[in-house]
Design a protein. Sequence first.
Lengths: 528, 318
Amino acid sequence: MNDQLTHMAGQVTTGKMTRREFMGKAAALGVSAAMASTMFADAARAAGPKKGGDLKFGLQGGESTNSLDPATYASSVPFQNGKQFGDQLVEVAPDGTIEPRLAESVEGSADAKVWTFKLRQGVEFHNGKTMTSEDVLKTMQRHSNEDSKSGALGIMKGIESMKADGDNFQVTLTEPNADLPYLMADYHLIIQPDGGMDNPGAGIGTGPYKLEVDEPGVRHLFTKNENHWNSDFGNFDSVEVVVINDATARTAALQSGQVHAVNRVEPKVADLLGRAPNLTVHSTAGRGHYVFIMHCDTAPFDNNELRTALKYAINREELVDKVLRGYGSVGNDMPINAAYPLFDETIEQREFSIEKAAEHYKKSGHDGSPIILRVADGAFPGAVDAAALFQQTAAQAGIPLEIKREPNDGYWSEVWNVQPFCASYWGGRPVQDQMYSTAYLSTADWNDTRFKVQAFDDMLFAAKAELDVEKRKGIYSQMGRMVRDEGGLICPMFNDFVEGISNQLDGWESDPTQEMMNGNMSRKMWFV
Amino acid sequence: MHPIIKLVSQRLALGILLLFGASALIFGLTEALPGDAAQAVLGQSATPEALANLREEMGLNRPALTRYFEWLGGIVQGDLGQSLTNKLDISESIGKRLGNTLFLACVAAIVSVPLAIFLGLLAVRYRNRWPDKLISAITLTTVSIPEFLIGYVVIYFISVKLGWFSSLAMINDSMSFWQKLNAIALPAFVLTLVVLAQMMRMTRAAILNLMQSAYIETAELKGLSMFQVIARHAFPNAISPIVNVVMLNLAYLVVGVVVVEVVFVYPGMGQYLVDAVTKRDVPVVLACGVVFAAVYIGLNMVADVVSILANPRLRHPK
């Protein structure tokens, strides 16, 4: 029997036998269906990526107001679209290193102030034009010049000058930054012909799939780009991104086989969904975190004793259990976790303690008037429930929290970064420097905790210029401790990306950078 | 001039006036909402600089009245303008979406209106006997359950368990008519269940009311069968209230089905409008609002005209 099966597996590996034939013959040999299915999958995997097939995504996070202009990307569907038709200069690999894309190599000067990207030659845009360093320069200018309205504008600050020089693209910074390549991996920075200056929303890039149909809020269809510079990328004939914002409709579509992959599986149904025979639920630890933020410069939160009291008064384990249903991990009041490179594992975890909370609250001398916490489920899924749990445990420590529900609509413009105490969400960044520069530097636009400490800023700049990894790790460790003990961030949990993938697909990799394998599923996966 | 034509032209003129009123109201209300399109688009990633640049580009810095009258100037020339957020032509997007909405509404109406009237007649024929009670019980149950729940139940059994129809009612231009019909089978079924009861009950009530009249007794005494009495003598006189409730339900099928659209991922007008409101895309909100108002006004006018035509006393006023 074994010989026979080995022979059959060999035929699968060489593509001579289909799944149906294999299962039928294996059953005839008395092998159970589950066993045969596993054997088939192993044999098919040994064959390596297969070409062909039409991949369909069912994604939450698309609206009829979406544009294909990369500067406007702010939700899942546009992000995924960009990854189909476009390439960045570099990409963050699943292991956190920098992977070349349109740049073949990156080199920094000794002081980490001048960065040179050597561009890949002979790369063609979908409109037939060949990519030049001018296109790269113009793209970066569009995201950083003074009329820019790009979502990447925040990370493009600190660039003194840029220039296109033959096959090279060069960036000069005002301050040293050893992590600059990570900034250039941002998903907004898709290289467009002429930088997208003339027609930013045309959906023309260098990516492995070409735009066919663009119906914002409904679907986006892409077909294989035969001229892509890397023939290993993109195993499918076509990729369709279908917008399914309703969670139940999304899981139903996956279960009935109408789509092959869905994002944002609700934690409460993830276990049940995982029992379906034709799909797998993947949970990937990421860098996104669900938080409550206090403005360090506004009373009563300008008192560190009160902030510390609130940090002790939250039961992290309970929140991970009840709000994330276990699909996540506890946070430590700093925006960094083990998913980041150079994370210091020795920083002590803050534990829930009614006594310590009560003690710090007493020391703060707060007058006992209700502390208003503003929440909406638009901040993060389950924010209202999380706030209610927080209120209960705080009350045990004698801290009066009052929850004020805000509408989802307009939450990011009216409440977040405006009100002194509210719920929020951070998607995380590829490296610690970027996370701290975005939201904890005194002068950052998105300093949503109003954390303004000169010593912290100095350390951040010292770390940017420090090329010795061990020393940098030490600085980051100190910075993390500082935010944890003095900052305005209450970070109870980091959420996982929970995604449902059909068993027809193979080649899954965990990638903590962004959801759905950092948008690389259509490049790296294939149909078995 | 014939009184009917006079009435229709009066109503049309009034309808256009109403549309202007509605557009002004919608514009005022969207302006009153907190935040603007630039903030909604940039969301959490907004910097003051990017916000200012985007506002400039979208023209949001100009006074509200100027923007409203510009929009009004465009619409009288038949130009609905461009979406603020994705720069797509609104007439084109709305044309597609409206076509989809009307297609679904038509299919649901073609099934539900005759079915409701037939069931109503049947209920009168067997009044207070088991067919009447069964029909009422089923239709009242389906109208009482929230439509998203019916939608989920239908998806679970028919799509996931049995695999007969697709739970995604996505239709596009490359599909044939029969493929489209197949795709929207489930939402059309759910909508039918939702609108059936009201029309059926109204038919039943209106006809039962007439059954007490003397001329019905005469017809019965002449020896006509029960069904003939209902169809020839009672129904024509009950048309007016029935048409009114049918038109209300048709209007609902066009403007009120956003929940069903979301559950079945159907690319109709409802979802388009909701997205535009969340992103404060005022020109799109206005365009959708005006289309919806026009549908309501138009269908109500049809109901009035049909009522008049069905009533000889109103048709030939002294």
